[in-house]
Design a protein around this ligand. Structure first.
Ligand SMILES: Cc1cc2nc3c(=O)[nH]c(=O)nc-3n(C[C@H](O)[C@H](O)[C@H](O)COP(=O)(O)OP(=O)(O)OC[C@H]3O[C@@H](n4cnc5c(N)ncnc54)[C@H](O)[C@@H]3O)c2cc1C
Length: 350
């Protein structure tokens, strides 16, 4: 039987789920295609962080994105019954006194005052001779429950198509038995197989994380950051990651990245730990570090939502609304994120 919907969403990561939430909120009919592969989103740390922790700077729209995420997670709670925000601030371990001074001076600036706490702390169990600084307004997403619950919600409400979207079966706005008004492609690095958007320059940046069993657990369970993030999971294990391995493209675990993580953790965790699990994923990144949104030049009802980079949660949440407002209400896209910025470049065939 033929089915008519407002939207088809292709993909099941942060881009797809935050866009789906906009559709749920505005009572639009939709189906979402999920190929059930573990997405980069599902292996992400879930860190919500307004500060670049190498240089102690903030980034484009950080404050607006943090505020919007909090509002959105409250709205999502109305559908799934849970709020996935874990309000645990990041504690950045200082490498030396100089870094501490830099943090302090930055915390006086108008831009960073809302984010950099001035009272330093010394944490138990780990090595932090120069102390740690807390990032105010940082938090964490309960990644596992977020994806499990959305999946159940989609199943229960008839939104989920648990299959790979086969581009050859798409004819205009009809896909097999489904006809849609719009199609939003949210495939992360899977975009390279999409005949309509494959030439958009989305670049993979591979990342690994470990799940570890710590022999001595910190008394206060903060999110701790030195080279990577360490934080507790629900099951007694800790998450440690992730690496940035931009030159790696193989779909397998890299020994080098694994060792980098073991060394990184050993640097500040002086007790024994056991590596229980290793995972990897590919961040969809863009050279200009801006997401990619907008419609296809020839097929105006085909949309791309990609390029979320290392900030899938903040970018995904904020720009899902931008894209929805653009499609439904004709709101102009910010030029920084509009897919049109790639038009007229010779490597693009839009
Ligand atoms: C180790 C690591 C740690 C990270 N930590 C954080 C973090 O702490 N905070 C943060 O904000 N971000 C983090 N990120 C970045 C974040 O994961 C990405 O920005 C985000 O996952 C991108 O989301 P996406 O929805 O665009 O793509 P993806 O998460 O890759 O999702 C796309 C999905 O679509 C599916 N798909 C593709 N083609 C098809 C098709 N034809 N049919 C059906 N399904 C299809 C894919 O299989 C995939 O499941 C991390 C990334 C990594 C690798």
């Amino acid at each position: 039987m033929q089915k008519e919907v407002d939207y088809i969403i292709v993909g099941d990561g942060y881009a797809a789920l935050f866009f789906a939430h906009q559709l749920m909120k505005h009572q639009k009919a939709f189906v979402l295609f999920s190929d059930s592969e573990k997405s980069a989103s599902q292996i992400s740390a879930g860190i919500i962080n307004p500060v670049v922790l190498k240089k102690f700077t903030t980034f484009w729209l950080a404050a607006e994105q943090i505020e919007f995420l909090s509002k959105t997670l409250n709205e999502i709670q109305n559908f799934t019954g849970k709020n996935y925000q874990i309000s645990e601030n990041i504690h950045r371990i200082f490498h030396d006194e100089k870094e501490k001074e830099l943090w302090l001076s930055k915390s006086e600036t108008e831009e960073l005052a809302p984010f950099l706490a001035k009272d330093f702390e010394n944490l138990d169990t780990i090595l932090n001779p120069f102390g740690t600084g807390a990032v105010k307004n940082s938090a964490r997403l309960n990644v596992e429950d977020f994806f499990t619950d959305f999946n159940s919600y989609f199943k229960k409400n008839g939104h989920l198509k648990a299959e790979k979207f086969d581009y050859a079966e798409l004819h205009g706005l009809t896909y097999k038995e489904i006809t849609a008004k719009n199609i939003v492609f949210c495939e992360g690095m899977g975009v390279s197989k999409n005949p309509f958007f494959k030439d958009i320059p989305v670049i993979p940046n591979k990342g690994h994380h470990l799940k570890v069993k710590l022999s001595v657990k910190p008394k206060n369970e903060y999110t701790i950051k030195k080279k990577h993030f360490l934080f507790p999971l629900n099951n007694g294990l800790h998450y440690y990651g992730g690496t940035y391995d931009p030159l790696e493209r193989e779909k397998e675990i890299d020994d080098f990245a694994t060792q980098q993580l073991i060394d990184g953790l050993s640097e500040f965790y002086p007790h024994s730990f056991e590596v229980v699990e290793i995972n990897y994923g590919f961040r969809p990144t863009v050279k200009d570090r801006r997401p990619i949104l907008g419609s296809h030049a020839e097929f105006p009802n085909y949309f791309i939502f990609n390029g979320l980079g290392a900030r899938g949660i903040l970018n995904g949440c904020f720009f899902a609304d931008e894209l929805f407002q653009h499609i439904e209400n004709g709101k102009e896209l910010m030029k920084e994120v509009d897919v049109k910025r790639f038009e007229n470049k010779k490597f693009i065939r839009l």
